[in-house]
Design a protein around this ligand. Structure first.
Ligand code: 26Q
Length: 813
């Protein structure tokens, strides 16, 4: 369904912006602010999108293709104005129109609030997937929650992280449409009554529930150059209008109502800012059920309206992909609807449900596996609890009778065990597909974390290595590199990112590499300007931009990075003439507000930064920049300027990583462990084009198993480590005393659980190699090019193609 969009000249756009400013903003172009221009542009874009949006929906209604619904508690979509302009083919023209009007495109686009409706990797992945589904013309949609407060805004005060609320809806958000008439009711609590029907079967009635109104806000998901616009539907919790609301004359009752409304609205009140430990908070499970129940109601209503066949055929028309276990109540909720509302018996309902749901796992960290106290679920969702209990009973009995060899594993496989509901087990049992997000991760699931389930259902398990959309993460953020690529190999790579490998021919091409170098240089200059603006610190654009941007976690090992910085600093203090390649260490990271140790690491990095950056003896050879409030927009500024991408997690712990892919695509070389997708990057680019170091996952597992690693031995034998540790333990650092005793004691007394001391030597040695190799500019650029050339594999288009072929079995429309 290709149809050309309304192509405009720059002058036409200028006129349209002028008239929008007048009509919509009630001002003249002479007096227009950046905000006025931004809203004018978003309105022009919306008009363009809306035509395709209705057409896309109409098209799905008529053809009734199988649809995929991506259920996720997080969608970290980033700003949309630029990516929508890019995808409808108006970005260049619009930039020029803005300039013609005397404004700066960058400033205009920065008017948009960046919605922080996700924590990190998992939420951003969901956003990339939606964009790829639309760009590949797949009928795929997102279902999420419209949190009133997104991810907190991070500020540093005296080097400490503080959190400010992120009220992102203060000003009108131009991309959402409230669909009040499509609201649905979600029911909590209540009692379940059982009736025996005449035919002897049982009927369950759920009564006296608390009703919550789920109101959808739809955001268009715009495909690239194909007129497809899919939908991201985000639910907002409101209290249903009750007649007595208006009539109450009784004061106490009136306040009771207000209070009740408040507690309802809380459901979509804020995003939980934890991304790898879960806390059994009741509000969180309310959020999860709210998402699941509202989305299912809307999905089934659509099915009934369009397909007009029995729900027995649901698996032919609908797939629900659940993003981690967070929406895993989909399994019992769909069972409930099919049985209690649609009259199916258990077996048929189970067949339908388990052929509709597919589950993606994003972690093997045991502290991150969701478990909910069964009493909590019992009182909050009594009917769902009964169903989960029955699923569990049947599952355990099935093992007992049909898989006697697994009998002794039942306690570790049961969905309900130790008075808790194990959501990952529920998701595996209730779905037809279980996938990990990188090869190693999937192997670890199959061989270790979920080995019993793998023995039971080998056919369910599969790998889908993550990806990122090259439209945002290359074309939008790095227009100069994009132009160079297109000038060199033509434009076909845009729809076939694998063809970036055609660049390999230029890996020794001097003029080409020069241009590549100039582009990186320009991107570094623009980041340097930004850093100066934000921090007042001047950084050397010739230095290595060494970047670690991701959530703060012990397993991601920002601590190893800062140990290396401290080591270099100590070396320079002891040998002022030491010949090192100047480096700028750039960090971006938020810590979960309750994660004390992560916050200590933030404080440490900031402390090191303030000493190193102001020490004249260092002569500007080292700079440490910790940028506040890392989010999608900040990532977009940093990534095109990165020389070195830090992917240094303890092997076996990072399921995939996606920042590694983004930086590779922009020409950074990776320094990393053999973990997550780093392994796949290495296999593509080859050893000379990546810096791999450190323990491998088998060694890590072996150490955990045997306890053979003793952190103190390293402290006792490696002087560089002893120096750093003693500095942390209240020693001299430059001219100051610093004190990070908790870090010191944690590493020694908890035996360095993430192998920071153990990997330090290999890491510093590899960093020395980086230092040496960076001096040979041509070789470095050639390696940079090889990374770009192989990055097409990590386009989320490839990932989505694999989901579509192997799991969803859906067709392009
Ligand atoms: C769960 C329960 C209660 C509160 C919060 C949560 C919660 C929220 C978010 C648990 C986990 C997350 C996010 C996890 C995440 O981002 N994982 C990352 O997913 C990426 C995409 O697959 C991978 O690349 C990363 O390796 C993985 O860490």
């Amino acid at each position: 369904m290709k149809k050309t969009l309304t192509k405009r000249t720059i002058d036409e756009l200028v006129d349209e912006i002028k008239s929008k400013v007048e009509l919509l903003r009630g001002t003249t172009i002479e007096n227009a602010t950046n905000k006025d221009i931004y809203y004018a542009i978003s309105s022009i874009v919306n008009e363009e999108i809306n035509k395709s949006w209705t057409q896309t929906e109409e098209n799905y209604k008529q053809k009734q293709p199988k649809q995929i619904y991506y259920l996720s508690m997080e969608f970290l979509i980033g700003r949309l104005v630029e990516s929508n302009l890019l995808n409808i083919g108006l970005l260049k023209e619009c930039n020029e129109a803005i300039v013609k009007l005397g404004y700066s495109p960058e400033d205009i686009y920065a008017q948009e609030k960046d919605p922080g409706l996700g924590n990190g990797g998992l939420g951003r992945l969901a956003a990339c997937f939606l964009e790829s589904m639309a760009s590949l013309s797949y009928p795929g949609h997102g279902c999420g929650i419209r949190y009133r407060y997104g991810m907190f805004e991070q500020r540093f005060i005296n080097g400490h992280q503080t959190e400010l609320p992120d009220y992102w809806l203060k000003e009108e958000y131009p991309w959402e449409i409230r669909k009040a008439e499509e609201a649905v009711e979600v029911h909590f609590g209540g009692e379940v009554h059982m009736f025996k029907k005449r035919n002897g079967s049982l009927e369950f009635r759920h009564e006296n529930t608390d009703k919550v109104l789920a109101v959808p806000y739809d955001v268009p998901v715009v495909g690239y150059n194909n007129q497809v616009v899919n939908t991201l539907r985000m639910w907002s919790a409101e209290s249903p209008a009750v007649e007595s609301d208006l009539q109450t004359s009784h004061t106490a009752q009136y306040y009771h109502h207000l209070e009740h409304n408040r507690s309802i609205e809380q459901i979509s009140g804020f995003l939980y800012p934890d991304d790898s430990s879960y806390e059994g908070k009741i509000l969180r499970i309310r959020q999860q059920y709210f998402l699941v129940s509202a989305s299912l109601k809307s999905i089934l209503r659509e099915y009934k309206q369009n397909v007009r066949r029995s729900l027995a055929h649901l698996p032919e028309k609908v797939v629900i992909q659940i993003n981690d276990t967070h929406p895993s109540l989909t399994v019992p909720e769909l069972m409930r609807i099919l049985m209690d509302e649609e009259g199916f018996g258990w077996e048929k309902a189970w067949e339908i449900t388990s052929n509709v749901v597919a589950y993606t796992n994003h972690t093997t960290l045991s502290e991150a596996l969701e478990k909910w106290p069964k009493d909590m679920i019992k009182s909050l969702l009594p009917r769902l609890y009964m169903i989960i209990d029955e699923i569990n009973e049947r599952f355990c009995q099935g093992i007992w009778f049909d898989y006697p060899e697994l009998r002794d594993k039942i306690p570790e496989m049961a969905i309900i065990a130790d008075d808790q509901i194990h959501m990952a087990r529920l998701a595996v049992v209730g779905s037809f597909s279980v996938n990990g997000v990188a090869k190693l991760h999937t192997e670890i699931l199959k061989k270790q974390e979920m080995k019993n389930f793998y023995a039971l259902y080998p056919e369910k398990f599969n790998n889908k290595t993550n990806g990122i959309t090259h439209r945002r993460w290359l074309m939008q953020v790095n227009p100069k590199l994009t132009s160079l690529i297109t000038e060199t190999i033509g434009p076909r790579w845009i729809s076939r990112p694998n063809e970036l490998t055609n660049l390999l021919r230029y890996s020794k091409d001097r003029p080409f590499l020069d241009k590549l170098g100039q582009i990186k240089r320009a991107n570094k200059e623009s980041l340097a300007n930004f850093i100066h603006e934000k921090t007042g610190i001047v950084v050397d654009e010739n230095s290595i931009f060494d970047v670690q941007i991701k959530r703060l976690h012990e397993y991601k090992r920002q601590l190893l990075n800062i140990f290396h910085v401290i080591h270099l600093y100590n070396e320079l203090k002891n040998h002022p003439q030491l010949d090192i390649t100047p480096r700028t260490f750039i960090f971006g990271a938020k810590a979960a507000p309750g994660y004390y140790f992560a916050k200590e690491i933030i404080k440490l990095i900031n402390t090191v930064a303030s000493i190193v950056n102001h020490d004249p003896e260092i002569k500007g050879k080292l700079k440490v920049i910790f940028l506040e409030n890392y989010n999608v927009s900040l990532a977009e500024r940093i990534i095109p300027a990165a020389d070195l991408s830090e992917q240094i997690s303890t092997a076996g712990k990072e399921a995939s990583g996606t920042g590694n892919m983004k930086m590779m695509m922009n020409g950074a070389l990776t320094i990393g462990t053999l973990d997550g997708a780093n392994i796949e990057i290495k296999n593509l680019v080859g050893d000379p084009n990546i810096f791999i170091f450190g323990l491998q996952s088998e060694e890590v597992f072996e150490y955990y198993r045997t306890g053979a690693y003793v952190a103190r031995d390293i402290y006792n034998t490696d002087e560089r480590i002893a120096d750093i540790m003693n500095q942390l333990n209240g020693g001299e650092f430059g001219s100051q005393e610093i004190e990070f005793k908790d870090i010191y004691y944690h590493l020694l007394y908890n035996n360095d659980p993430y192998f920071i001391l153990k990997d330090f030597d290999a890491y510093t040695e590899t960093q020395q190699l980086v230092d040496q190799e960076y001096r040979d500019k041509d070789t470095w650029l050639s390696k940079s090019l090889i990374n770009i050339a192989h990055s097409g594999k990590f386009s989320s288009d490839r990932t989505i193609q694999e989901y579509a072929n192997d799991i969803w079995k859906i067709q392009k429309q």
